[in-house]
Design a protein around this ligand. Sequence first.
Ligand code: KG4
Ligand code: ZN
Length: 364
Amino acid sequence: MSATLTFLGIESSCDDTAAAIVRHTPGQPAEILAEAVLGQAALHAGFGGVVPEIAARAHAERLDLCAEDVLGRAGLGLGDLDGVAVTAGPGLIGGVLAGVMFAKGLAATAGLPLVGVNHLAGHALTPRLTDGVNFPYLVLIASGGHCQFVLVEGAERFHRLGGTIDDAPGEAFDKVARHLGLGAGGGPAVEAAARTGDPARFDLPRPLLDRPGCDLSFSGLKTAVLRATETMGGPGAIGPQARADLCAAFQAAVADVLGAKARAALAAAGETAGGVGVFAAAGGVAANGAVRATLGAAAAASGVRFVVPPARLCTDNGAMIAWAGIERFRAGARDGMDLAARPRWPLDDRQAGMLGSGRKGPKA
Ligand code: KG4
Ligand code: ZN
């Protein structure tokens, strides 16, 4: 195994242009030398969602600034790097393409190895970057575009145990926030409103809990919130307390479903891999306090350690891509100038894709 590796990671698969530099010496904790995220929320605010064309253009315009920024703050030049890692999918293809073309140019100019990374692998491997977790472990990736339970057996060995059959939970949080007039604040706005709400006032469904396995569904739950609002005269007619109660009920339902399915996934992981010592969560929804609580309780009930990376490393970032690049590189992976940008790229390609498509396309 080669000694210390320093990688630049590039991420541009959705609405965050991100770069980071990660250094790792075998046997020691990984170090994030510098990280930068240029969000695009303001650019998409008026459109009720991410506009792929606007996202792609903004990535193309700012990737170089982002990379320059992290190199400058780490006090490094291109010659100090051992490789460039880039998200090569899945995601909005214009943005992924902008990142891949930028990384190719950089790698070719500086004579550096290039490693294409699956965005979901970046999320799934983050617990190793932050907490040095050993294989195998179970991870829940729950964000605006993804929701799946993955058994991580190696840097390139992922076994999907289950996932959403329709919407991702973050997508449901975002839609509920917009519907209730909380604007583009998404999950954090719903969580804030829920603090003063009574989760018991509205009886919302817990989809798929009557089914064995760890597949999930959030579309019906989102619709139930919209229906409850309509029966009270629509979003414009309800007061702040009813809004808070709805947010609390919705959040409690999402947390209950994720917690219950986490128990099922932990049981399945026990059968598949002879048990795991760690259950980790990643993705923006893992930043939610109620969700963390039910996931933590599921881990405790199974006697495994619960690991959640800090919020900035749960949401999309460059460090997870640099780290996954280092892991792939150590496993012998090298990509050439023919590296393709892929809108769809299942993490576990031994299984058929799942139903459902969110703002990042099918939930791989
Ligand atoms: O991982 P991420 O940054 O990007 C995607 O890959 O989608 O996750 C963003 C998603 C959004 O849907 C956002 O509303 C949700 O994560 N999110 C939250 C919270 N913070 C972010 N959902 C619930 N509670 C939160 N505190
Ligand atoms: Zn993501």
